[in-house]
Design a protein around this ligand. Structure first.
Ligand code: KIV
Ligand code: ZN
Length: 535
């Protein structure tokens, strides 16, 4: 890449410019926004219990800053941010706010109990956003940024300012805004490629330009935040690190609005694997990358594409004979990272019906799940039931059990009973019993196939008026006794949710996925988003 300066030059450059890398020049801060920008992926809403579970896992992973949400957006966001703030011990908890005082006060109310609170305020700085969206002049935008940072600074020392659509902003104006924000007290200034428009050498050049032309940049950490519309988010982020950025904003599995955000695992493993080229460390415990990726996928219902770098199902699979031969002789012939480094256990065969509670607890802990006694009891019961139906219970099966038994808290609807008759000569019919907020109801309906019959019955019982936008089914593991994993995408009155369910019986898995999607719609209805404009 033409624009990426060599590493030795880069450190001299940083020293000359007095770049503030917050005590250690060789460490880049990982700012995780899975719970805020990531949650903006269509259908990826998470409830407060799920967010708390994920926040705990992200702290274990070692992220430096966790953006927990946008408290002014909805009461649900506020509640989740407040709960996460009181839980995190080592990780900074950030809350997003537009530049108006009410947003900032709301953000502060949510994070003020945090061990390390941060307020993150933003306003757009590109001409197109200022003219058409904000209808504000450059001067007004600078004033808004300064007032917002000052207001936030009166509440906490730790203030981040973002220049939304920074990559398409006039570089001189960008530097003026950053200078003013730092003067007002910002300790981090963030340069987002909001629409995923940048090209790596150009983005690196912009980072260097900002460092050269923002006189007080040495008093703040320069951060970048990239989107993946052209598939360049990771490349742009790495180019920015090479050019001197010392905070990167990322999400697990790269989830996020449209094509998503920069993926945490790609940036971290690129730095880890290519430290000879990019000698910049992170505080990430890489062995928690894979469990965290699975947890995000389980919670959000967003499946990781099989060929996804680092965490995809095929990322460490070697099919070609010549590769397999080389791997047997020396894994480094074709493998640039070890699966164990990201916490991918090679010993996937787990437990059978004679396995005890202790073995289950140990194995779940290896997979990254630390369960309470009460949670373990729930999982153990479900595990025993599955082991009676399936000889070998694999990691994927356990994940599905943990997801359904533990992570799905506060559900309105739950499946109690299901019977279906279908075949070549009968009209498919389902008889279903579900509980609605603890009260059991049952009914029956026909359909043009068994799944249609089940869904018609559930709709009848719940009064749901949703459209099924997508239905997909997958085997969780190999073998004909594998559990079927169903994912659905539902839409009702403009709200979109994803649902997921797993069971050795695919009709039951389909019912569980549908019910999970309906529960997520209920959560969205109860937590209307008031303000996400501009994001
Ligand atoms: O993409 C973006 O510009 C953002 C900002 C709020 C940082 O998400
Ligand atoms: Zn973003």
């Amino acid at each position: 890449m033409k624009g990426i300066i060599r590493v030795e030059q880069q450190f001299t450059y940083q020293a000359q410019k007095g770049i503030n890398t917050m005590s250690n020049p060789d460490v880049v801060k990982i700012f995780d926004t899975t719970l805020r920008d990531g949650e903006q992926s269509p259908g990826a809403s998470m409830n407060t219990g799920e967010k708390l579970r994920l926040a705990t896992q992200l702290e274990k992973l070692g992220v430096d800053v966790l953006e927990a949400g946008f408290p002014a957006a909805s009461d649900g966001d506020f509640e989740a941010v407040a709960k996460i703030a009181s839980k995190l011990e080592r990780t900074e908890t950030a809350a997003l706010a537009r530049t108006d005082k009410q947003d900032i006060d709301r953000a502060w109310q949510a994070v003020k109990t945090a061990a390390k609170p941060r307020i993150h305020t933003f306003i757009a700085t590109s001409d197109i956003h200022m003219d058409y969206k904000l209808k504000m002049t450059r001067r007004q935008v600078i004033e808004a940024a300064v007032e917002a940072v000052r207001h936030a600074k009166a509440l906490t020392d730790n203030v981040e300012f973002s220049a939304e659509d920074g990559s398409r902003s006039d570089p001189n104006f960008l530097c003026q805004v950053f200078e003013a924000a730092i003067e007002a007290g910002a300790t981090t200034v963030n340069l987002p490629d909001t629409v995923g428009y940048a090209i790596p050498d150009e983005f690196a050049e912009l980072v260097r330009y900002v460092m050269d032309h923002t006189p007080n940049i040495g008093r703040a950490v320069l951060s970048v935040h990239c989107h993946n519309d052209l598939g360049l988010a990771t490349a742009n982020t790495l180019a920015a690190i090479s050019a001197g950025a010392r905070q990167v904003e990322v999400t697990i599995n790269g989830i996020g609005e449209r094509a998503g955000n920069t993926s945490l695992e790609e940036v971290v493993m690129a730095l880890h694997t290519r430290s000879n080229h990019l000698p910049v460390a992170t505080n990430i415990n890489t062995e928690f990358i894979y469990p965290t990726s699975r947890l995000v996928s389980m919670i959000t219902g967003i499946i990781v594409q099989p060929n996804k770098a680092v965490v995809g199902a095929n990322a460490f699979a070697h099919e070609a004979g010549i590769h397999q031969d080389g791997m047997l002789k020396n894994p480094m012939t074709y493998e640039i990272m070890r699966p164990e480094t990201i916490g991918l256990s090679t010993n996937k065969l787990v437990l059978g019906k004679h396995s005890g509670r202790h073995a289950l607890r140990e194995h779940l802990a290896d997979m990254g799940y630390d369960l309470s006694e009460e949670e373990l009891a729930i999982v153990f019961k479900k595990f025993k039931a599955l082991a009676d139906r399936k000889k070998h219970v694999m990691d994927e099966d356990l994940e599905a059990i943990v997801n359904e038994g533990i992570l799905r808290t506060a559900d309105v609807f739950a499946l109690e009973y299901l019977h279906v008759s279908a075949g070549t000569t009968v009209l498919p019919m389902a008889s279903v019993k579900i509980s609605i907020s603890g009260r059991s109801v049952q009914g029956a309906a026909y359909g043009n196939g068994p799944i249609d019959a089940v869904y018609n019955t559930i709709k009848q019982l719940t009064g749901a008026d949703c459209q099924l936008l997508r239905f997909s089914i997958n085997a969780l593991t190999g073998g004909t006794d594998a559990q079927g994993e169903v994912t659905v995408r539902l839409r009702e009155n403009g709200l979109v949710s994803l649902g997921r369910g797993a069971d050795p019986d695919i009709i039951t898995a389909s019912a569980l996925a549908f019910i999970n999607g309906l529960n997520r719609l209920e959560y969205l209805k109860a937590n209307p988003v008031k303000a996400r404009q501009g994001l």
